[in-house]
Design a protein around this ligand. Structure first.
Ligand SMILES: Cc1cc2nc3c(=O)[nH]c(=O)nc-3n(C[C@H](O)[C@H](O)[C@H](O)COP(=O)(O)OP(=O)(O)OC[C@H]3O[C@@H](n4cnc5c(N)ncnc54)[C@H](O)[C@@H]3O)c2cc1C
Length: 289
C-alpha cells in the first residue's frame, strides 16, 4: 500500500513536514500502513462514509468503524477517511493516524483470502494532532480519486496470474495432458488476458511517469487485471482441478482464492465498468423512472 498509493499521495499532496515524517520509513520498507476507507454501510458508495472527525482545540477526535481493513493488525499508520463536514464527498477529510493511538481497537475477520489479512477497526474518541490531516477539509475528494487511481494498478497481479498459468501449463505438459485444441485455446485465451492486463497497467505507469492526471484508463486496467486473474483461475479449475487440494500447488490455490476476491477489493469491478461507461466511453447514464 505504501508504494502503491499512500506514499504517492503523500508525495503529491503532503506538506514538507509530512513528507519528511512519513516517506523515509516507507521508502526503506520499514513500516506498514493500512487503508481505512470501507465501512459497514459505505463500500462502493464511499462518499456515504460515517466515521466522524470533530475539531477539539488543535486536535481532531475521531469516532467510527472501518471494515475489511487489510493488514490493520500489523500497521503503524492508517490512511483514514473521516467526515469533518456535511454529507457527501465535500464533507470528507483524510487523516494519517498512528495505529497505536488510544481508542483504536483492531479485530481480525476470518476470510478466504487468508487468516490475518482482513480486520474491523473501531475508533472511540481517538485524538490526533491537527497536522495529521492530509490536504484541506472539504478538498479531499480529488486526493482520494488520485489515491484510488494508483491503488487500482499498483500490485502487478497480472504477473502473478501469468506465473501461475505458466506453472499450470508446465504441469499439464509434464503429465501429457496439454493435448488438443480445447486446452491450448483456453490457455491461449488466459495468456492473452494476462498480456492485455500488463499492457493496460503499463499505460498507467506511463501516465504517472508523465505526471498526467488520473484518467479512466486506471479503471480499464483494473478490469483487465480482474479478467486475467479470473481467466487463469477458470483455466485451472477446468483443466487442473487437483490444484484445489492446495497440498502440492499452494501458489495455484492462493491464486484461485485471491481471484475470487479480486473483483471486489480496490473498488468492485462492476463499479469500474460504470466508471468506464461514464468517463471513457462517455455513455449517457440510465433513465431514472
Ligand atoms: C481482499 C479484500 C481486501 C480489502 N481491503 C480493504 C482495505 O484495506 N481497506 C478498505 O477500506 N477496504 C478494503 N476492502 C473493501 C473493498 O474496498 C470493498 O469490499 C469494495 O469497495 C466493495 O464494497 P462493499 O464490500 O461494501 O460491497 P458493495 O458496495 O455493497 O457491493 C456489493 C456488490 O454490488 C455491486 N455494486 C455496488 N454498487 C454498484 C453499482 N453502482 N453498479 C453496479 N454494481 C454495483 C458491487 O460490484 C458488488 O458486487 C477490501 C476488500 C477485499 C475483498
Amino acid at each position: 500500500m505504501n508504494v502503491n498509493f499512500i506514499g504517492m499521495t503523500i508525495i503529491r499532496y503532503g506538506t514538507a513536514e509530512q513528507k519528511a515524517r512519513y516517506l523515509p520509513d516507507m521508502a526503506a520498507g520499514r513500516v506498514i500502513w493500512c487503508q481505512g476507507f470501507s465501512e459497514p454501510d459505505a463500500g462502493s458508495d464511499l462518499a456515504a462514509l460515517q466515521t466522524r472527525a470533530r475539531v477539539s482545540g488543535d486536535e481532531y477526535v475521531i469516532n467510527g468503524a472501518k471494515v475489511w481493513t487489510s493488514y490493520a493488525a500489523l500497521a503503524k499508520y492508517c490512511f483514514l477517511l473521516a467526515r469533518t463536514g456535511g454529507p457527501g464527498k465535500a464533507g470528507i477529510a483524510i487523516f494519517l493516524v498512528p495505529m497505536d493511538s488510544p481508542g483504536i481497537t483492531v479485530r481480525p475477520i476470518s476470510a478466504l483470502v487468508g487468516e490475518g489479512d482482513l480486520h474491523e477497526v473501531f475508533f472511540d474518541d481517538v485524538r490526533v494532532p491537527g497536522d495529521c490531516r492530509l490536504g484541506q477539509e472539504g478538498e479531499a475528494w480529488p486526493i482520494i480519486t488520485y489515491a484510488l487511481a494508483n491503488e487500482r494498478v499498483g500490485i502487478a497481479r497480472y504477473a502473478f496470474a501469468r506465473r501461475v498459468l505458466d506453472g499450470m501449463v508446465a504441469e499439464l505438459k509434464q503429465g501429457g495432458r496439454f493435448q488438443g485444441a480445447v486446452v491450448k485455446a483456453r490457455a491461449g485465451r488466459a495468456l492473452a488476458a494476462c498480456e492485455a492486463a500488463r499492457m493496460q497497467v503499463y499505460r498507467i505507469v506511463h501516465e504517472r511517469a508523465s505526471n498526467l492526471p488520473p484518467s479512466a484508463e486506471s479503471s480499464l486496467a483494473r478490469v483487465a487485471v480482474v479478467n486475467a486473474e479470473h481467466a487463469v483461475a477458470d483455466f485451472g479449475l477446468d483443466f487442473l482441478p487437483e490444484t484445489y487440494t492446495g497440498r502440492d500447488f499452494p501458489m495455484h490455490l492462493s491464486h484461485h482464492e485471491r481471484a475470487i476476491a479480486s473483483g471486489i477489493a480496490s473498488g468492485a469491478a462492476e463499479v469500474q465498468l460504470n466508471l468506464i461507461a461514464r468517463n471513457y466511453l462517455r455513455l449517457p447514464s440510465g433513465v431514472r423512472q
